[in-house]
Design a protein around this ligand. Structure first.
Ligand SMILES: Cc1cc2nc3c(=O)[nH]c(=O)nc-3n(C[C@H](O)[C@H](O)[C@H](O)COP(=O)(O)OP(=O)(O)OC[C@H]3O[C@@H](n4cnc5c(N)ncnc54)[C@H](O)[C@@H]3O)c2cc1C
Length: 443
């Protein structure tokens, strides 16, 4: 990114697609033109893009902490990385975290992020007590479950369309150590993978890395990883020397944009084969630091460049329990039939849905698939949409870059109501993104 005051900056989010030129300015607002807030730009597509962008990262102060209740108050541009550095040594951890710690607290609220613990502990918004929002009228509103309630539920998962979150208060969880007691299991097919995620639902954290390229009897095989916060008594002698050790703040930079052909069916298949067999049959127990457990990808900074200059997208779907087995099978079969490969395929289980207007999670299974951008991708994803909708599912907005407005309205049951309320709140469309325009939320 260029300097904050520069006229136009080339900018994209994590998928490096689309890449646009925008007027990017630091907080506070400096224009009346349509604009959108942006934190760390870790959404994959166009949610944090607009012709005018408000970079919130200067809102990066800790404001308050109540050690009795664990209520932490921060400015919205503070990152999870920065919060962990301060809170872990004091015995506190984030209530919910996505697979990267390079997100801002405001971005986590606006996308209502979920982690490996959704089935047990809900999404980020479930732990938010209140936030301060700058709305289109220029007012700063304190929103909570008892104050400005409607605005509260419009903003949680509302993708920045209600205004700019300035500060928020959310509950941390106490931890005895910075380590995770991990149980790893090899699941030999899709039935075992899904049954494993369900059977181990009493574990707080669970996630399955899935080999989407395996066919025949190995179709849907995976490595299932379960985790609980470790107690002091469970640490090894070496770990006990510094039980509340923070993550390493150094990463390995990914040096170049890889040529777009580097990731193809054959390289993905080879990688999956090696990764799967690296794990012995059966199960294994270990105690690992939270960094490799929650943030394995953060070690390589800028790993998104592996997809080359054309960029990539992540297609994250959820399908409710009743039809999840059939739905997931169809999705994976379509992948094979169209000869598409996803480099990173992850399956998780969701608990109950929240009251947010734009809620993504619903009780069921959520699958993420990563695809490099290519001409053949768009018709293929339209086909996948058909499967997702047929089985009562929907797609995650913070990963989306191409959903069409009708599909959005049909699969998000409160979309229409959300749009009407946004219109009333912000009649001139002060806060809008390329995504909100594409989805027909803004004309
Ligand atoms: C490697 C990786 C792994 C991920 N894993 C997960 C996962 O497991 N679970 C999950 O849920 N997500 C996951 N994500 C997605 C990520 O957590 C979300 O996209 C998150 O919102 C990014 O935060 P950010 O600060 O970068 O926000 P941005 O990407 O900058 O913005 C995202 C949205 O939030 C809005 N926004 C940002 N700041 C504010 C503000 N202050 N006020 C109002 N609106 C604001 C933007 O307008 C935009 O609509 C992952 C992303 C990556 C790159």
């Amino acid at each position: 990114m260029g300097t904050p005051m520069s006229a136009l900056t080339k900018i994209s989010n994590w998928g490096n697609y689309p890449r646009i030129e925008a007027d990017v300015r630091p907080w506070p607002l400096q224009t009346e033109s349509p604009q959108i807030a942006r934190g760390m730009g870790r959404c994959y597509g166009d949610s944090a893009l607009s012709t005018h962008i408000v970079d919130t990262r200067s809102l990066n102060h800790f404001l308050d902490f109540d050690a009795e209740s664990g209520l932490l108050t921060v400015e919205a541009g503070l990152t999870f990385d920065e919060i962990l550095q301060v809170c872990v040594p004091r015995g506190w951890f984030l209530p919910v975290t996505p697979g990267t710690r390079f997100v801002t607290a405001g971005g986590a609220l606006a996308s209502d992020v979920h982690g490996k613990n959704h089935h047990a502990e809900g999404s980020f918004s479930d732990h938010v007590r209140w936030f301060d929002l700058l709305t289109a009228s220029g007012e700063i509103c304190r929103c909570s479950r008892t104050e400005n309630t409607e605005l509260f539920y419009l903003t949680l998962g509302g993708m920045g369309l209600t205004g700019i979150i300035k500060a928020l208060a959310f509950y941390l969880k106490p931890i005895e150590t910075a380590y995770i007691r991990q149980h790893t299991l090899r699941c030999e097919n899709l039935d075992e993978t899904m049954a494993g995620l369900e059977a181990y639902g009493h574990w707080t954290n669970s996630v399955a890395w899935l080999d989407c390229m395996a066919g025949g009897r190995a179709f849907g095989r995976s490595i299932l990883m379960l985790g609980e916060s470790a107690k002091q008594s469970e640490l090894t002698q070496a770990q006990s020397l510094n039980p509340l050790k923070i993550h390493s703040t150094k990463g390995i930079p990914f040096p170049i944009d890889m040529p777009s052909f580097t990731l193809n069916r054959f390289t993905v298949q080879a990688f999956n084969q090696v990764y799967f067999h690296k794990h012995p049959k059966g199960s294994r127990d270990s105690v690992v630091h939270y960094e490799p457990f929650y943030y394995p990808l953060d070690k390589v900074l800028g790993w998104n460049r592996i997809y080359g200059k054309r960029g990539f997208t992540q297609y994250q779907l959820v399908i409710p329990h009743a039809d999840a087995r059939k739905g997931l099978q169809e999705v994976l079969e379509l992948l094979a039939k169209r000869k598409m490969s996803s480099f990173l395929t992850v399956l998780k289980i969701f608990g109950e849905q929240s009251e947010n207007y734009l809620r993504f999670p619903k009780a069921g299974f959520t699958l993420t698939l990563d695809f490099g951008i290519s001409a053949s991708l768009w018709p293929f994803l339209n086909e996948l949409d058909g499967v997702v909708e047929r089985y009562g599912g929907r797609l995650y907005l913070t990963k989306d870059v191409r959903m069409n407005p009708d599909f959005f309205r049909r699969t998000y049951p409160m979309a229409q109501e959300f749009m009407e309320k946004i219109k009333a709140l912000d009649p001139t469309g002060k806060f809008q993104s390329l995504q909100s325009q594409r989805l027909g939320i803004h004309a």
